[in-house]
Design a protein around this ligand. Structure first.
Ligand code: 6R9
Length: 695
């Protein structure tokens, strides 16, 4: 079946391409914002110089490694795993799996029987290799000029002190620890300290409400909650400790009393005198942790022991506790980081994600540190004090790899180029994108303006559930297509299936599934293995169902089209909301767009588009028509929006995802069913949208 695999065939034909040939970068010639005649076929090649120095420098090399990885996963991954420290080796098999729910319980195991520790591999190993003096973390505070750094040796000491403290207060292997911290160095330190003693961390993004935090505390019953008193984001101070206080009251009410709240005093945001305090429960980090020894023995854990829980939202209201285990996750995050960003020891790496999300787990903390990388951790907001902050930071630390989300790219794009071009950005060599499909016009701006047409973009498709990158460019190997995540990572076998679960070959679109397990896969939903099977393995028996729609073009490139719940069926045509959005935002006067389906008498569903215009552009009838025209021209008349709804702002979660649920309700005029809008970054945009509905 492998030989007939579509992907393999495509890759084979791609190897005929001249690798890194002659910079066909059509893009360089394009004036920014002007749509290309045919974006689909536009390829952007890495430069010869880039490819020459890359870890994977040609389609042929990718192909060889990929083929090996899927034909002999045990051999491929055990070779890679051997580069890590294992107290004991796996036995008897490298992996075992049952992905087919009709054949029994779904179960993935990698390196079972092996004993290791991810903290030991990420920190101690670097010190022991003689890199103790290398900077592990550059920390950049909210206020420019407020900064700090930790070498690997210093990081090890800090981690050990906290690990010793946690043991002292009774945290043992397998116990849960809830972490509610902003992007201070203490956040990765805390994650690593938990991992060191085999405790299971559950990081809750410090933008979640008390209620959401309480829900997560109640679910995993931690011995300790770790937080800080306050944080400043931009000019706003947020009193995190008060949120924790309410969450802890709520959890007591639900029969989950937490005896200890370790609180870091974040002096730049709030003094301890001003912090509300519960004697007997609350302890200042600075009063206790520094008194503990700077050496702490490692707890060796089984590769299949739990490493962390991370809650993510599903189609129902109850968040799912995605559970990752130690060994496979370690090998997978480290390896994906290395190849997708073409990591070299001299790199300075900055990922703008918060450790409260999977991207921060895998690609702020674990993946980079496992590679001995120097990581920038940024506490603040990317537009504070102004929209040039990111590039200021890039220049300050000479960042070489910059990894962010399309929503940030688009919002900075809207502010104009001057904020970018004011800074040198000469250090940059690889850019990255994650979280949603990146529309070609944002891609082009990122590539041309931010990267000065020099830096390949790794558009990494993956999920909380997958642990690490699944479909991603390897920047030196492949010509890129703006908006495509390109090809699968080693060991990953994507398939596109139809509604009945039949694999479709060639140029097609459908549901994206994954055949076979991979080391970084989640192993269960905490306390609910049944929901794990129902959500992910029952929809298409024999596969892991990603929940995403996807198409594959004639060259075998994968194009993620968004969650399938966001697919609209118009007169029998399936249209990805992302496709329509991408068309809309390619309009020079459109900054952002969100498309939802609404009931339509004749077509089944109609297309309803919320559109944010470029700053200063007024909404007009003429503009409305030209927006519709651009969609007709790029996709087809059937995809033309039925309604353009002018949106000065879009309802987004604090992680930047557009809340389509709310948009669907506004679009269908079900205003009394808007639901909970409190998790929005800015709930006031909803009222604005309602006001403008008939505009
Ligand atoms: C890593 C992360 C997962 C969902 C996923 C998909 C979307 C993420 C993407 C992308 C297109 C990319 N997504 N990366 N879509 N291109 N490069 O974001 O995890 O928060 O669990 O979200 O995000 O829809 O299914 P998570």
């Amino acid at each position: 079946s492998l030989a007939s695999s579509d992907h393999l065939r495509h890759v084979e034909s791609m190897t005929q391409l001249p690798s890194g040939a002659g910079q066909i970068s059509h893009l360089n010639a394009v004036i920014l914002g002007e749509p290309l005649a045919s974006e689909e076929n536009d390829r952007v090649f890495p430069s010869h110089d880039f490819s020459r120095q890359a870890l994977v420098s040609s389609p042929e090399q990718y192909w060889k490694m990929y083929k090996r990885s899927v034909e002999d996963p045990a051999g491929f991954w055990s070779e890679i795993a051997s580069q890590f420290y294992w107290r004991e080796k796996w036995y008897p098999e490298v992996y075992s799996e049952n992905i087919d729910v009709t054949k029994g319980t779904v179960k993935f195991e990698w390196f079972k029987g092996a004993r290791t520790n991810i903290c030991y591999n990420a920190v101690d190993q670097n010190v022991e290799a003689g890199n103790g003096g290398k900077v592990a973390i550059y920390w950049e505070g909210n206020e420019p000029g407020d900064d700090g750094q930790l070498t690997y040796a210093e990081l090890l000491e800090k981690v050990c002190q906290l690990a010793n403290y946690l043991k002292h207060v009774g945290v043992q292997k397998g116990d849960a620890v809830v972490i509610y911290l902003p992007m201070l160095m203490e956040l990765p330190i805390t994650m690593l300290a938990c991992a060191r003693i085999g405790a299971v961390h559950s990081v809750v993004f410090a933008g979640f409400s008390a209620e959401s935090l309480a829900q997560r505390i109640i679910d995993c019953k931690p011995k300790v909650v770790i937080t800080c008193n306050a944080v400043k984001r931009g000019s706003k101070a947020i009193h995190l400790k008060e949120i924790v206080d309410s969450a802890l009251i709520e959890s007591v009410k639900n029969g989950v009393p937490v005896g200890l709240c370790l609180t870091f005093e974040n002096q730049s945001a709030m003094k301890r005198e001003d912090t509300k305090w519960t004697e007997g429960r609350d302890v200042w980090w600075q009063d206790v942790v520094p008194q503990f020894p700077t050496k702490c023995a490692v707890e060796w854990v089984d590769a299949e022991d739990p490493l962390f829980l991370l809650y993510t939202s599903g189609s129902t209201g109850k968040p799912k506790g995605v559970l990752h285990t130690a060994g496979g996750y370690m090998v997978y995050t480290a390896t994906t980081f290395k190849y997708a960003f073409d990591y070299k020891p001299s790199d300075i790496y900055w990922c703008t994600a918060d450790c409260g999300w999977i991207t921060g787990h895998s690609y702020v903390t674990y993946g980079p540190l496992l590679n001995g990388a120097t990581v920038v951790v940024f506490e603040g907001a990317p537009n504070y004090p102004d929209s040039g902050r990111c590039w200021d930071i890039v220049d300050k630390y000479k960042v070489t790899i910059f990894y962010t989300a399309p929503t940030l790219v688009r919002s900075l794009m809207r502010e104009g180029n001057e904020y970018v071009t004011r800074y040198s950005r000469k250090s940059l060599r690889v850019l990255g994108s994650v979280g949603e499909p990146i529309n070609p016009s944002a891609w082009r701006w990122f590539y041309n303006v931010v990267g000065d047409s020099q830096c390949p973009i790794s558009d990494t498709w993956w999920q909380t559930e997958t642990g690490g990158f699944m479909i991603t460019p390897l920047p030196g190997a492949w010509p890129q297509k703006p908006g495509s995540a390109t090809f699968p990572f080693f060991g990953v076998q994507p398939v596109i299936v139809d509604e009945k679960g039949n694999e479709i070959e060639g140029e097609c679109s459908g549901y994206l599934c994954i055949k076979r397990s991979w080391p970084g896969a989640f192993r269960t939903l905490y306390g609910d293995h049944e929901r794990y099977e129902t959500t992910y393995f029952k929809p298409f028996a024999g596969y892991y169902f990603t929940g995403d729609g996807c198409s594959r073009d004639k060259d075998g490139y994968y194009w993620l089209t968004g969650r399938v719940d966001d697919v609209i069926n118009v007169s029998g045509h399936r249209i990805g909301t992302a496709e329509v959005e991408s068309a809309l935002v390619s309009h020079p006067q459109c900054a952002e767009a969100a498309v939802v389906g609404v009931e339509h008498e004749i077509k089944g569903q109609g297309i309803y588009a919320f559109v944010t215009l470029v700053e200063g552009v007024p909404y007009s009838e003429e503009l409305r028509k030209s927006l519709i025209l651009i969609v007709r021209n790029q996709i087809g008349a059937f995809a033309a929006p039925d309604k353009i709804h002018w949106a000065p702002g879009l309802p987004k979660t604090r992680s930047g995802k557009i809340m389509r649920r709310i948009l669907r309700k506004i679009a269908s005029r079900q205003l009394d069913e808007l639901g909970d809008t409190s998790t929005l970054a800015d709930p006031s945009v909803v009222d604005q949208l309602i006001e403008l509905r008939d505009c």
